[in-house]
Design a protein around this ligand. Structure first.
Ligand code: FEO
Length: 398
């Protein structure tokens, strides 16, 4: 169903109810690929959809206009979930212009190898008129691809924000005030933690830039999830907080275990953290998806890692998680590690190395326990948890 989001501006995208994995990010509740149609003296389509969802996009457009009446296609972002159907859409529409950033043109050529498309490269800040309205293009390079940009329609106070400010969540509702706000922000945090966290310094600059430009925004229309019209200020503030690594009195104890020894240690570490009044998430990688762990890591001040030693190294799930977390560059974390071992016991050293690379403040040298912990070992783990908890409170000024 199409939705008019502002006068003569429509959501014409597609809802993907069944996708459950987005290159390693779990999407338990699907996603949407949002595209928007503006009808003014010029008719403009902002972004397209994944190739497999093109029929939904065309069906939605046809209920408003003949696709051949579209004058411009704006490509805010070239990733395939927004451009996969572009070749067929260009064949169908035959637009006067395909508007993109300079990096966008390069990416389009590298993806589709079509020199003959009517590219119109726009400079950062450039404004074009489409009739009663205008579109200003805001370059958002590396948020999260080199080609990324926003389209801002000042007359409508509308920011079409590409991947930023969105979430993977398939819903029949289109607006933020039609869904539960807490659930919305959980999805939004997951998106930031798994897609944008590594670009936090650029997000912080962008938020500053938007303030400096004095853009009036009363609606943010992202390329995934809900359109924000009620919670614009809250979303912008959440992004500013995440970009600045603002953390809560919270720790994530993330672990894997072979014969439950490391699990016993994890529970004791969590006990110590709780004794210090720190909120704890105990996350076993055997049952918690890496992208859900990262969502909890986003606003936690401490991350404590637990893993036994296997073949002189780490269990594969912990090794994979560390690779994933390292890529996302969480900032300002306190850390420590623990784990059981049989004879060589390298896991704690390897986890400490990984945390050093991520510039964690490691507040304990780590605890290794041979085979199965006894009460005394678990007491040491409780003390480790307390030490991390005290460091969290000190860092937060308590
Ligand atoms: Fe939703 Fe970066 O694509």
């Amino acid at each position: 169903m199409i939705t008019e989001i502002k006068k003569d501006i429509y959501w014409v995208g597609a809802i993907d109810w069944t996708i459950r994995d987005f290159h390693g990010y779990s999407t338990y509740e699907g996603t949407t690929y949002n595209a928007y149609l503006l009808k003014d003296e010029k008719t403009v389509l902002f972004d397209t959809v994944k190739k497999s969802k093109m029929s939904d996009l065309v069906h939605h457009i046809r209920s408003l206009t003949d696709p051949q009446k579209i004058d411009y296609i704006v490509v805010n972002h070239v990733e395939m979930d927004h451009s996969g159907s572009l070749p067929e859409m260009i064949d169908l529409i035959k637009p006067e212009k395909v508007i993109c950033s300079s990096m966008g043109k390069k990416a389009l050529l590298d993806h589709f190898h079509r020199e003959d498309w009517p590219y119109e490269v726009v400079a950062p800040g450039q404004v074009i008129s489409v009739g009663k309205r205008s579109i200003q293009f805001i370059e958002t390079r590396m948020l999260h691809w080199p080609d990324s940009m926003f389209s801002y329609i000042p007359e409508e106070k509308l920011l079409i924000s590409s991947d930023a400010f969105g979430e993977h969540w398939a819903t029949s509702e289109r607006f933020d005030d039609e869904v539960d706000f807490t659930t919305l922000m959980q999805h939004n945090a997951k998106y930031y933690a798994n897609i944008l966290l590594l670009y936090s310094p650029l997000v912080a600059k962008l938020i500053e830039n938007v303030k400096k430009l004095g853009l009036q925004i009363d609606m943010i229309a992202p390329d995934h999830g809900l359109i924000k019209r009620k919670h614009v200020a809250e979303i912008l503030q959440a992004y500013a907080d995440w970009a600045n690594h603002k953390a809560k009195k919270k720790a994530v104890v993330v672990y894997d275990t072979m014969w439950h020894s490391t699990e016993m240690m994890a529970k004791a570490v969590a006990d110590g953290l709780m004794r210090e009044g720190v909120s704890v998430k105990l996350m076993d990688l055997q049952v918690c998806h890496r992208s859900d762990v990262m969502t909890e890591v986003l606003d936690a001040k401490a991350v404590v890692l637990g893993c036994p030693t296997l073949n002189n190294g780490l269990l594969p799930r912990m090794a994979g998680f560390l690779m994933y977390m390292r890529g996302l560059k969480p900032g300002g974390k306190i850390g420590a590690a623990f784990g059981s071992y049989g004879w060589s016991g390298e896991a704690v050293k390897l986890m400490n190395q990984a945390m050093e690379e991520m510039k964690f403040d490691i507040v304990h040298e780590g605890i290794r326990v041979k085979y199965v912990p006894v009460h005394e070992n678990l007491k040491e783990c409780v003390e480790l948890g307390k030490k991390v908890g005290q460091a969290v409170k000190a860092a937060l000024g308590e």
